[in-house]
Design a protein around this ligand. Structure first.
Ligand code: NA7
Length: 557
């Protein structure tokens, strides 16, 4: 429900809050705000719910956290009644789940679909945001919750000739709903991150030929995906509330089956550790394998032992030694980039219809009418697939070009890299909350549960503001510096900050280099956020709402 007032323009609709994005966090924010009786609208660019799992519908798209954990925790009946079919859910199941939740809680009536935000302006005089959309809507609201996603703005490198190609071209994150015709085609795939690794076996199974263009090989570990075991499901459901609580007390908001067994890699002799790694490789899914030891993510020597074990696995799977060697990552530590998990990736390079092209040594020069030309050869293609990633973590906020107090642009405030407090707020942009924003654990933690947690923190904060008559709530540059210190200290203890990847913005030319997420662990993160709230938001900027003394008389407080 909304109201209109003449001073905001005849078409402006007024709300307590606008939620941007109908992915998992945005849907939950909408649900909770409505439960509180607030006037709220959710604005979504796509024509359906699910966010990341709406857009990324390429063949093979699948989550790398097990289904029993990668799901909402806020409603006991929902988590008891919903059944996942696979241990790691594929995109269609996740999208179906998002649709189920939207229907179950009647969310659609308050979501404006196919509506992209292209203006976000703070009005200092009334402490409200104006949200403009490409469709011409104008919403005025006290609060904005930007649940715009960490991986939303697609990266398509600026190769000459892109518009000349006469075949079909797709970015994996904007895959057509009706699917793409790949059967019997010569397909070129650029990119070997998680997406490239997931889609490779799917393309190879149907295409006449797949040419995979690789700049940097990635470490990928077997997902060991399977049908969800009914006993395992029952076990989780019998104990769901307790397990959800335990999840929030972990580093990555994920319960790992091997967490209790971890020891230093140097606690073992060389033979013993080979055995431990072999057992873990055969029994554990990828993310658990990488956490077999306590020190491989911090000690380069420990890391190299684990990395070489995985390289030897690649060499044992891929028959052609030259191809195998090309697929072995050697220029960065294992886990420095996001670890990938796969279903038959390396095996795919044993197929006759698959070729690996090294574009590190022979870069792509241009896209031609009939394919791709590298410095070494011309590759004739019917279809080009860009699995070239995202302008991650900051792209979706900056694309809206928000302007805050005194017309300051977020683009300027973040010119040297994002500055936030808890990844939830940024100075000069009061009453604007981000979910999974830069400087929060975001993609390093299980995003549905931690998104719920952040939304709860935001709503608790909004309650506090209402109860205390506060019209403007924000963070200060001093708080941002303090939080940057916390983020940097945590980063310095890991390999992420020293590895080029989308984690550090290194994948986008010209993007300032900074580790974009908080690696200090979700448990510590949530403790710090909770403490800030419990201490009455000391250090935050707060302005009291103007008191109305008489019909025509206002005194600012
Ligand atoms: P990623 O992990 O950013 O991977 C993108 C891939 O595209 C990667 O192999 C890049 O090579 C390659 N790329 C990007 N730009 C270029 C240029 N200019 N030339 C050649 N190759 C290029 O994105 P994904 O979609 O795979 O995964 C993102 C996350 O989604 C994933 O980690 C999961 O969390 C889900 P590079 O490594 O930069 O040399």
């Amino acid at each position: 429900m909304s109201t209109s007032t003449p001073e905001a323009g005849p078409t402006a609709e007024h709300f307590d809050a606008v939620v941007i994005g109908a992915g998992f966090s945005g849907m939950y924010a909408l649900h909770r705000l409505r439960q509180q009786g607030r006037r709220v609208v959710c604005v979504e660019a796509g024509d359906g719910v699910g966010g990341t799992w709406y857009w990324n519908r390429y063949p093979g798209a699948r989550v790398d956290i097990e289904s029993m954990q990668y799901s909402y925790s806020f409603d006991e009946e929902l988590q008891q009644e919903w059944s996942w079919s696979e241990h790691f859910s594929p995109q269609p199941d996740l999208e179906a789940y998002a649709n189920h939740v939207a229907d179950r809680f009647d969310l659609r009536e308050d979501i404006r679909f196919e509506t992209r935000v292209n203006e976000l302006t703070f009005d200092d005089t009334v402490d409200k945001w104006t949200v403009g959309t490409a469709s011409g809507d104008r919403f005025v609201a006290t609060y904005v919750i930007a649940a715009t996603g960490s991986l939303d703005v697609s990266n398509v490198p600026d190769w000459p000739g892109l518009d000349r190609f006469r075949g079909q071209a797709y970015h994996t994150s904007r895959w057509p709903k009706e699917g793409a015709e790949l059967a019997g085609k010569r397909v070129g795939l650029i990119g070997t991150g998680s997406t490239g690794i997931q889609i490779t076996p799917e393309i190879a199974a149907v295409a006449e030929h797949l040419t995979a263009f690789q700049r940097t090989p990635n470490f990928s570990l077997p997902a060991r995906n399977r049908r969800l075991d009914p006993d395992y499901e029952r076990e989780w459901k019998a104990d769901y509330p307790e397990r959800r609580k335990q999840i929030l007390g972990t580093h990555g908001a994920v319960l790992m089956s091997n967490a209790a067994e971890q020891r230093s890699i140097f606690d073992y002799t060389a033979e013993e550790r080979e055995e431990v790694m072999e057992r873990a490789w055969n029994a554990r899914n990828g993310l658990e394998f990488i956490r077999t030891f306590t020190d491989t993510s911090s000690d380069p020597k420990a890391n190299e032992i684990l990395a070489e074990f995985v390289r030897n696995k690649i060499r044992s799977i891929v028959h052609d030694p030259e191809t195998a060697e090309l697929l072995c990552p050697k220029t960065y530590p294992i886990g420095g980039k996001r670890i990938c998990i796969d279903s038959g990736y390396y095996e795919t390079f044993n197929r006759d219809n698959v070729t690996l092209v090294d574009i590190r040594t022979h870069p792509i020069e241009e896209v031609t009418e009939s394919g791709i030309r590298t410095t070494e050869a011309e590759h004739d293609l019917d279809v080009i697939i860009f699995a070239t990633g995202f302008d991650a973590m900051t792209g979706s906020m900056l694309r809206m070009d928000p302007t805050g107090v005194d017309g300051a642009r977020l683009a300027d405030h973040w010119a040297d890299g994002p500055r936030t407090v808890f990844g939830l707020m940024t100075a000069g942009f009061p009453n604007l909350f981000m979910v999974h924003g830069p400087g929060s654990p975001s993609v390093l933690a299980q995003m549905i549960t931690t998104g719920e947690w952040q939304v709860d923190w935001i709503l608790r904060t909004i309650d506090h503001l209402d109860e205390n008559g506060i019209s403007r709530f924000g963070v200060t540059p001093a708080q941002e510096s303090e939080w940057a210190g916390e983020v940097d200290t945590a980063a310095s203890r890991t390999m992420h900050a020293r590895t080029d990847s989308w984690y550090t913005g290194a994948n986008i030319p010209g993007k300032p280099r900074a580790l974009l997420m908080y690696v200090g662990g979700f448990q510590r993160y949530s403790d710090l956020c909770t403490r800030a709230a419990e201490e009455g938001y000391t250090g935050f900027e707060m302005k009291q709402r103007a008191l109305t003394l008489g019909p025509n008389h206002q005194t600012p407080q």
